[in-house]
Every structure is written in C-alpha cells, then in structure tokens.
Write a protein that binds this ligand. Structure first.
Ligand code: 3BY
Ligand code: FES
Ligand code: FE
Length: 424
C-alpha cells in the first residue's frame, strides 16, 4: 500500500507563489493573505524577520539600565540602554539553557539576571557571572545574542536578520534632516497606549495608508487633518474644495515658516522598490494649524526642541512595514503595529512631549491624547469590520480609489518582500 504524504513546505510554497502571482495591482489582496496561518508565518519570516521594524522611542529608555521588551512573532527582544548610554538590543533568551530573561514589558536593571540559574549579564550583553563553572569556562563565549538596532533621531528600529538591509543608512540621513528640529532625544513619554486590534497586521497598515475613510470615520481627526489627503489636485471632489482652499492658504504659510527656519518640508515618497521604504512630508493642519486638538491649538505649551513657533503643521513619517508617526511643534505621536496572530495586531501609540514639560501645567493629558485615542478606536472598529469581511466566503478583492495609492504601495512593497523568499 502506498501512503501519499504531501510535503507541507512544498504545499505552502506553491500556495504562496500562486497567491503572489495572482495579485492584481490596484485591487485589495485575496482573503488568504489576511486569514491563512501559512501566509502569516511567511509574513513573520519575510517581513518581520528580515527588515527594519520600528519598536520604541529613546524616551522610553532614558536612563542607563532602562529597557523595554518587544515581541516580534515568536521572538522576544530586549532593548536596553547600557552604562555607556548606548542603545543595545538582545535576544531575550539566556545563553545557559535558554530561559526567558526579562519578563516585564519595561523596567530598569543594574544587570540582567536569569531567574533560572542566575547567570548574570551586563546591559552591554556580556556574561558577567555564571556560578560553579569549571576553571576553564570562558564567559566571553556566552554573551547575549545581539540584535541589530539603530536610532533615527530618537526612533528605535530593530532588525532580526543576521544581515539587515543596508539601504537604511542612506534613508536615515534624509529622515534626520526633517526630524532634527523636533529633538526627539529631548522628550519624555507623556502617554503610551496599547490596543489589540482584531485584524491582520496588513489590514491595520493598509487602513493607515489612506484617508478615504477619514471624512466619515474620523470626525475629531479631520478637525485638523485635511481629508483631501491622497487626492491629486485635479481630482479633489467638489465637496472638499472649501477644505482644499484652506489647505492651500495654510500650506503657503507653512512653507514660509519652514523656509525662514531652514526646515525641509517637501514630500519624499519612496514607499516601494527598496527594503527601507518610507514617506516623509511636513504638511499644514486645519484650524489653528498647531496640533491634533479639536480647534488645532497646541496641546503642550512647552514646544519641542528649540522651536519658536507652534505653527509647523504635522511632519509625518511612514516607514514600511509597521510604522506611522506625526511630529508636531508641541508633541509627537508615534505608532508601531506588531503582528500577534493572523487576525490580531498590537498597535502601540506613544505621545512624546518636551522633557521639561509638566503635566497639569504645560499640558493636560486628556487634551493631548483625546484626538488620537478616538481615532485609534475608530480605526480599530474599521479594521475589525474589514477582517470580518475578508474572512467571509463572499469576499472578493475590490479596487482601490485613486486617493488610496499609498495602500497599493504598501501592498506592492509587501509583495516585493514576500517574493524575495518564496520561490516562483
Ligand atoms: O496617520 C496617518 O498617517 C494618516 C491619518 C489618516 C490617514 N493616514 C494617512
Ligand atoms: Fe539561564 Fe540557566 S537558563 S541561568
Ligand atoms: Fe483612520
């Protein structure tokens, strides 16, 4: 009797390659991309295992010994500031018999001590002490396994690959020219909120990359965020023309303010075709034009860095695959999306204010966080609707509107990455 035993890896590869081949640019992805555990496993490898991922801000680890732990797929990573003030990242796995080392999401340590047999590591990763070992035991062979880490103007990225994509060096110089005036390394965390969205991580990212849903979906955000986002000037719908007229005036004022101060504001749009793909631009805000509040006035009276005007709009940075962020004159709000399961994603939002800003004096926490708290809750609802819909046998991929071109770019970037690891 012959028993047919299919090779599961080969089956998965052929499923993935045909899904990739069938991808129709300009249309949303087929359901399996959002629902199939095989695709999810491939995403963890091809995207989260090989590319620069945004995970934290320097403000979260301000002092020596401060750390955060982040989970990327099955991997736990420690991000810690060592005694020389360097930022380091390590696998959160003991070099003795593998026990998880740090079990809290954040904290501060003198050294990292394993709870199992007390091997003790310095914040720089070196093994300091392993009790009762033979005289020839070489501690230098058992330091923590390092993970590539870099800070871009205060934004911390890690890469789990042995050889991270090297095009970030070129990207970082350009990003830092924009971020520089906001001096993120001189900020503190005013608030950080984790939201578990019931949606595949790509639905969360796709939702962020468009504002087609903003007019109906985000009444508070659109007090200041122009809903014309993503529209080509010639395609602005009639109902948005008054908003567009306000935008043009506000843009003119913003460009003057930036030129006077030597701040770059032009759009750089490189969301596909490279591993470290990004988009950055400084754009005007509606209302008072200062911040994400209902009337657009600054939420913190202590401006970031040495900024001398609150009217600098929003400097927005989108980096593939998992971040979006907005740097205002008075605060910054940064987001990371990390996959938890095929249909669950952690969205972490961090609000940063000047290190010297005092809660209750310079800013009111509710006022600072209100707009994006509501916006995040609205987005979570929309993404959950999308996950439910794409999981329904009735789902068919549908066409992106012209203003959703950054969604198409996100998906194109993703398919490029998947194609690098899946055999055609
Ligand atoms: O966070 C962003 O980047 C914005 C908010 C609304 C739509 N999206 C492009
Ligand atoms: Fe960490 Fe033994 S597993 S000291
Ligand atoms: Fe949204």
């Amino acid at each position: 009797m012959t028993i047919f035993a299919p090779n599961p890896d080969a089956t998965a590869t052929s499923t993935l390659s045909s899904l990739i081949r069938r991808r129709r640019p300009g249309f949303s992805l087929e359901a399996e991309f959002y629902t199939d555990p095989t695709v999810f496993a491939a995403d963890l490898d091809a995207v989260f295992g090989r590319h620069w991922i945004f995970v934290a801000t320097e403000a979260e680890i301000a002092e020596e010994g401060d750390y955060v732990t982040v989970t990327v797929g099955k991997a736990s990573v420690i991000i810690i500031r060592d005694d020389d003030f360097e930022i380091r990242a390590f696998r959160n796995v003991c070099r003795h018999r593998g026990a998880r080392l740090l079990n809290e999401e954040r904290g501060s340590v003198g050294n990292i001590v394993c709870g199992y047999h007390q091997w003790t590591y310095s914040p720089d990763g070196s093994l300091l002490h392993a009790k009762d070992q033979p005289a020839d035991f070489d501690k230098s062979c058992f330091g923590l396994r390092s993970v590539s880490v870099r800070s871009e103007g205060g934004l911390i990225f890690i890469c789990l690959a042995a050889e991270p994509p090297n095009d970030f060096d070129e990207v970082s110089a350009r990003i830092e020219a924009y971020l520089g005036p906001h001096q993120l390394t001189n900020t503190k965390v005013a608030a950080q909120i984790d939201l578990v969205e019931h949606a595949n991580w790509k639905l969360v990212m796709e939702n962020n990359r468009e504002c087609y849903h903003c007019e109906a979906g985000h009444p508070e955000l659109t007090c200041t965020f122009f809903p014309t986002y993503g529209h080509a000037v010639e395609d602005i719908p009639t109902r948005l023309l008054p908003a567009h007229a306000r935008y043009l005036q506000a843009e003119h004022d913003l460009e003057t303010a930036c030129s006077d101060r030597g701040y770059p504001y032009e759009l750089i749009h490189e969301l596909t075709g490279r591993p470290s793909a990004f988009r950055i631009q400084r754009e005007a805000l509606d209302g008072a034009g200062e911040s994400y509040t209902i009337d657009g006035t600054a939420a913190s009276q202590k401006l970031l860095g040495d900024l001398d005007t609150p009217r600098l709009g929003r400097l927005s940075l989108h980096h593939q695959p998992n971040m979006w962020s907005h740097f205002l004159a008075d605060h910054a709000v940064v987001f990371s999306a990390l996959p938890l399961d095929v249909d669950r994603t952690l969205v972490r939002t961090t609000w940063l204010v000047h290190s010297d800003a005092v809660e209750g004096e310079d800013y009111d926490l509710d006022n600072l966080t209100a707009v994006w708290k509501m916006t995040n809750a609205q987005d979570a609802g929309l993404c959950a609707l999308a996950q439910t819909g794409v999981s329904d046998p009735g789902y068919l991929p549908g066409p992106y509107a012209p203003s959703e071109s950054d969604v198409d770019d996100f998906v194109t970037w993703y398919i490029e990455r998947l194609s690098e690891v899946v055999e055609p």
